[in-house]
Design a protein around this ligand. Sequence first.
Ligand code: GAL
Length: 374
Amino acid sequence: MRYTKYIVTLGLLFLSLKSVSQTQKLTNFTPGEIWKDNEGNHINAHGGGVLYSNGTYYWFGEHKGSTNDARVGVTCYSSKDLYNWKNEGVALPVSKDPNSEITSGSVIERPKVIYNKKTKKYVMWFHLELKGQGYKAARTAVATSDKPIGPYVFVRSYRPNVGNWPKGFNEEWKKNVPGEDTLKWWTPKWREAVKGGLFVRRDFARGQMARDMQLFVDDDGKGYHIHSSEDNLTLHVSELTDDYLDFTSNYITIAPAGHNEAPALFKQNGVYYLITSGCTGWDPNAARSFKATSMWGPWESLGNPCIGKDADITFDSQSTYILPVAGKKDAFIFMADRWRPKNPIDGRYIWLPIKLENGKPVLEWKDKWTLNDF
Ligand code: GAL
């Protein structure tokens, strides 16, 4: 009896300490550490992006468990200050219907949400791989909601730009690519052909592959979808329709055969900056950066934006989004994932302030930082 009382008292003490630690306000970013939500759990929003709406930030990301495939769906967290995040639950749940394209066990990656002022809808796009097909499907997918936190309703998934050539595509190559069927992968001739549009042509009738992706809304309200295409060899920038629910036929290719993934971009003083990674799966590699004065290019390569220790592996991370801090001029946060493929739920978040130096974005490691560091 005496012991029972003792155990109950200890239990109560533990619970009250836990709730104190949960309500403690965070006042800084600690890249690479465990980031707890309002319930004391490590935030589960990988490959994410952030939407700012009416004074609140909404962070959407991939829910991960002990495997990478989607068993839960796209999660949402909200915050007023970017340090403290409230779990808003599942914004887009996977489907229990085995015939659904977003059935449990499919792969749902890099969800991003934008708001459409005309339709007043929140529009989510993400990279979808069909269950049991590895990364073969290479589709982009769209879902909508009336509220930022969801629930989002799945609309459809597809390979975009069926029957459309990118701007400026070589007229001759529309009819025939020299050596099309005989070129061996990774040979210099093959690389030249990819640069010229070999794979655009290959996928012309079926639609272009769409894997790692990003959304961007320009100052004039135009929406863009940026994705790794052509077996991840080339990035495509496509214009979205006015309701953001589909692709218009306008698109360009960036850095053909350059092997860019994980595109993230921001616009500052009329210049667009793009940060990407190379293609090494879950392993980190050196980031790249580009700039342009129009979304339609030309995109100039600026090299690796990272400096200092581990700059060659993007501080053990891969870009996912660039977040403009609301109400703070020229303040952009580079958001990246430190993947943990053996235990995906343990993936960490690497957020760092972007500095612009001599017209180039620069990223430097920080153990701890605040919004005052801009
Ligand atoms: C990465 C990509 C991730 C995921 C992974 C699968 O390169 O950025 O989003 O698709 O490959 O191996």
